[in-house]
Design a protein around this ligand. Structure first.
Ligand code: GLC
Length: 524
């Protein structure tokens, strides 16, 4: 029996609920749709946990990341009974259920904010961050919204500005007020009592800010951006509006709450911090904060041996003793991996994700190599894409392609339109077609997932890079498995011991020659 907790040996699959399966015909996915696909998830594909992006009541200004009630289900997605059914169906098949928790901000339509903005002396005024204008009427400081423009919105009625790190419709909660923490933790208990197995925490590092709200300095000359472009936002060093050390106490409190539940619950935080040591600090000095801060480093990497290997090794050496690594190759905020790494690399990328040491999170649709959809600027649904041309995230959020029928089997045939268009190639690229094809991406994912499930070395064995010719990334897991990835489009002669257990390119694999873009799992 493995002594590793479930969240270390599992594979997480992210579901963007608007786009997974629509059962009502309104063109938007829903919770009964996820339940309907449980057999696919647990048995056909063979993942171990699902993470569902927000399904709470919400005006949908940021497609659910603007919550107007933390303890209910948006009628668009179903009912609380549908949620209980989903959890029951998942647990019966041995799948864990992780839900999204959005603590940094609520919707401006949350009753708390409606009260807070109603007058300066409302008891909930201090649940959000309100400040007077500067003498010239301008915002209290120079902080910018991640989605463009000032992070402050002036409220005519009460003559003050409120803070919103994201949209004006997403006011930041003031976690320095203990009543906020209490109310938000009650929300967590509501879901823990409904047997959810864990939380993914939205923008976890943004929650606590500088209590004095000092201006952010401008970036120094020659400063290099570490993440994708955010326009004007990139002109400042965000040292005061996020990443405050007080986040750590908050996560210790959060973890204590989680740890008061049995069986063991899990947390993974969305933490975008380029400094590895600061990032690793979110595990907690005594591993008493998040189980994992999401590791997005491969999302921002080129498909290049040295770049990828250096990021893998940076994580391996940054994490505290006893902490568990993790990897992400895509999510609802990033371009599809077929776009970032290129379609030719997608098979080896699947092998990379599922053979490194650490918990992998797989984004829905990547298992059939869904492509980034090209959504015209005038059709952009994503508010970020509307504010900042090129930043739109719709392209990675299109409906799951289940089969070759109308709407790709995502919505019932009679549905007028789906909320985002199904990508053009759906009649060839879909689950049903790929299930019948042993050479498909889906068949590769199934084989990799099945292999990993049966391989203690892949699940928990140590990582050690081994020498290989230029263009090849090779590493051992434990002392019985070697992974070799040809990250070029050329054949490369190699000389590995052992026997091939699985190749990304199917039949004909040998330990002496890697075909273009081929990845091998070799048993030593
Ligand atoms: C996170 C979410 C993203 C959302 C933002 C604001 O980055 O992943 O989708 O827009 O937070 O909540």
């Amino acid at each position: 029996m493995s002594t590793h907790p479930w969240w270390q040996t599992t594979v997480i699959y992210q579901i963007y609920p608007r786009s997974f399966q629509d059962t009502t015909g309104n063109g938007i996915g829903d919770l009964p749709g996820i339940t309907m696909r449980m057999e696919y998830l647990a048995d056909t594909l063979g993942i171990g946990a699902i993470w569902i992006s927000p399904f709470y009541p919400s005006p949908m200004a940021d497609f659910g990341y603007d919550v107007s009630d933390y303890t209910d289900i948006n009628p668009m997605f179903g009912t609380i009974n549908d949620f209980d059914d989903l959890v029951g169906a998942a647990h019966r098949r041995g799948l864990k259920v992780i839900i999204d928790w959005v603590p940094n901000h609520s919707s401006d339509e949350h009753p708390w904010f409606v009260e807070s903005r109603s007058s300066r002396d409302n008891p909930k005024r201090d649940w959000y961050t309100w400040r007077d204008p500067k003498p010239d009427g301008s915002p209290p400081n120079n902080w910018l919204s991640f989605f463009g423009g000032s992070a402050w919105e002036f409220d005519e009625a009460t003559g003050q500005y409120y803070l919103h790190s994201f949209l004006t419709k997403q006011p930041d909660l003031n976690w320095r007020n203990p009543e906020v923490q209490e109310a938000m933790f009650e929300g967590l208990q509501f879901w823990l009592d409904r047997d959810v197995d864990g939380f993914r925490i939205d923008v976890a590092h943004v929650i606590m800010k500088d209590p004095d709200l000092r201006d952010n300095p401008r970036v120094p000359d020659g400063w290099e951006r570490k993440f994708k472009s955010h326009g004007e936002y990139d002109e400042f060093l965000h040292i005061h509006d996020k990443g405050h050390p007080d986040n750590h106490q908050l996560f210790r409190d959060f973890r204590a709450l989680l740890d008061s539940y049995q069986p063991e619950r899990f947390s993974v935080g969305e933490i975008h911090i380029p400094d590895w040591d600061e990032w690793a600090g979110y595990y907690g000095e005594d591993l008493d904060e998040l189980h994992q801060p999401f590791n997005f480093s491969l999302v921002h990497s080129a498909w290049d041996v040295e770049e990828i290997a250096s990021r893998v090794e940076a994580q391996e050496s940054a994490i505290p003793d006893g902490a568990w690594p993790n990897y992400v190759l895509g999510n609802h905020d990033e371009k599809r991996l077929t776009e970032r790494y290129g379609a030719a690399a997608a098979r080896a990328a699947a092998m990379l994700l599922l053979t490194l040491r650490g918990t992998p999170t797989l984004y829905y649709g990547d298992e059939i190599a869904m492509t980034e959809a090209d959504i015209a600027p005038e059709d952009q649904q994503d508010p970020w894409g509307r504010n900042l041309p090129g930043a739109g995230r719709d392209g990675c959020r299109t409906p799951m392609q289940w089969d070759g029928s109308e709407h790709a089997g995502f919505s019932p045939a009679a549905t007028a339109t789906t909320w985002l268009p199904v990508t053009d190639d759906y009649s060839q690229r879909n689950v049903a077609t790929q299930l019948d094809d042993p050479t498909s991406m889906l068949s590769l994912y199934r084989a990799l997932l099945a292999y990993r499930k049966g391989s203690p070395a892949l699940q928990t064995g140590a990582y050690r890079r081994v020498e290989a010719p230029a263009g090849v990334y090779a590493y051992e897991r434990g002392d019985s498995v070697l992974v070799a990835l040809n990250m070029t489009g050329e054949p490369v002669a190699v000389s590995f011991p052992g026997t091939v257990a699985l190749s990304t390119q199917g039949d004909g694999a040998t330990t002496k020659l890697l075909r273009p873009n081929e990845g091998l799992i070799i048993e030593l």
